[in-house]
Design a binder for this molecule. Structure first.
Ligand SMILES: *Cc1c(COP(=O)(O)O)cnc(C)c1O
Length: 382
């Protein structure tokens, strides 16, 4: 990302670098066979990066499928003139069935009642609906338990208005348990084998999330299903793939003041000045999705240097003791991303406050304005 000053009217904002998104997508493409399709998970507003701009950029890169959590996200894509296949990864309720048909969406199926309801509505419209059957090979969430999968699939095959386009499963331990994950892959392969033996042909078998995509080539099947890595964030350490982070979090100094030694800072006085010092106030807080648990733990970047957050993070402000250093009102502060030689990652913040990068991204994304950067310039805000 360029170090050029970006003028905007926001106090705090997210900078979304769409060039880096493309870079990551191409990196992923290099890891898979040319014929393997890519579904990118753009659920929860593209992991907080902004659904429509991310989707449009990925279409330019040749994405095959989008994965969303809810019908609402799918409709947002369709209303933005996006005709790429969309798979609703979550399970839907009866009210969603008409829009699924109207907007030509793929529904994942874990229970017979939803399949039945879809089939009967589809028969009224005289349209076939594409579905993907989810198999629980060990995720313990949605999906039909793998031992019941064959019978279930045969039962679904009798529903004439449903077309089983895909069968998929999901890995809960891809980051930490290769034995368990390999067993899941084996169960999934066995199901495919049995179906082929019975002359049941289903075009798309898919399983791989970000970690599996990188670590388990045998999990690629016909389509991979990454999320996090497309946004340039690593689900675990030590993955052998170069990525560029897409999201940066920036703010501005809104106040600088001198305080005497022993002055308590913010609610609860969890920090006291150690000497006469300069304190800066930065207009971002937990109400903007920046976790309060980072109080006195995370750093911010000012003039290319790291400074620790001082005291408790408030709803919409936080303070930083910059000692003898200088700061000017209006000067840029980086909370995630690069400034000169220093860099703060989402992974670092997640670790500091005992959560996962996914949670940091989605909570920031839900609260802050987005500024999109493409070809090194601002394309639009939103
Ligand atoms: C979110 C999700 C993914 C992507 O997971 P990442 O860890 O972000 O790659 C894949 N499959 C399903 C079913 C998901 O819900």
């Amino acid at each position: 990302m360029s170090d050029k000053k970006i003028k905007n009217n926001f106090l705090s904002w997210l900078e979304i670098n769409l060039d880096n998104l493309s870079f990551n997508f191409r990196q992923i493409k290099k890891l898979i066979c040319p014929k393997t399709k890519i579904l990118v998970c753009v659920k929860k507003d593209a992991y907080g990066h902004g659904l429509v701009p991310v989707a449009k950029k990925l279409i330019k890169e040749g994405i095959d499928f989008f994965g969303v959590a809810s019908i609402k996200e799918a409709i947002t894509l369709r209303k933005s003139d996006i005709s790429t296949p969309i798979l609703i990864l979550g399970t839907s309720i009866p009210e969603d069935i008409e829009p699924i048909i109207k907007y030509d969406l793929r529904q994942s199926i874990s229970n017979y009642l939803l399949a039945l309801a879809l089939n009967s509505k589809a028969s009224i419209f005289n349209k076939k609906i594409n579905i993907h059957i989810e198999i629980d090979t060990g995720m313990g969430r949605t999906g039909i338990v793998y031992k019941e999968a064959i019978d279930f699939i045969k039962k679904i095959l009798r529903l004439k208005y449903l077309n089983i386009e895909g069968i998929f499963t999901h890995f809960p331990l891809a980051e930490k348990d290769p034995v368990f994950t390999s067993r899941q892959i084996r169960y999934f392969k066995e199901i495919r084998q049995k179906l082929i033996q019975e002359n049941i042909y289903i075009p798309l078998y898919h399983a791989a999330n970000s970690t599996a995509l990188i670590r388990y080539k045998e999990s690629h099947f016909d389509m991979v299903r990454p999320g996090l890595v497309v946004y340039g964030v690593y689900p675990r350490k030590g993955l052998n793939l170069k990525l560029k982070p897409v999201l940066a979090l920036k703010s501005k100094i809104i106040l600088v003041k001198k305080l005497p030694q022993g002055w308590g800072i913010s609610y609860g006085h969890t920090y006291y000045t150690k000497r006469i010092t300069n304190i800066v106030v930065i207009p971002i807080g937990y109400g903007d999705g920046y976790p309060r648990a980072l109080s006195n733990k995370a750093d911010v970047l000012i003039r290319g240097k790291r400074f620790r957050i001082s005291g408790t993070i408030c709803m919409d402000q936080l303070m930083v003791d910059i000692g003898r250093h200088f700061g000017r009102i209006g000067e840029e502060v980086v909370l995630i991303g690069r400034q000169k030689k220093e860099f703060i990652s989402v992974e670092e913040l997640a670790k500091l406050c005992g959560t996962i990068p996914y949670e940091i991204l989605t909570s920031l994304g839900a609260h802050l304005p987005h500024l999109y950067i493409e070809d090194k310039g601002i394309v639009k805000d939103g």
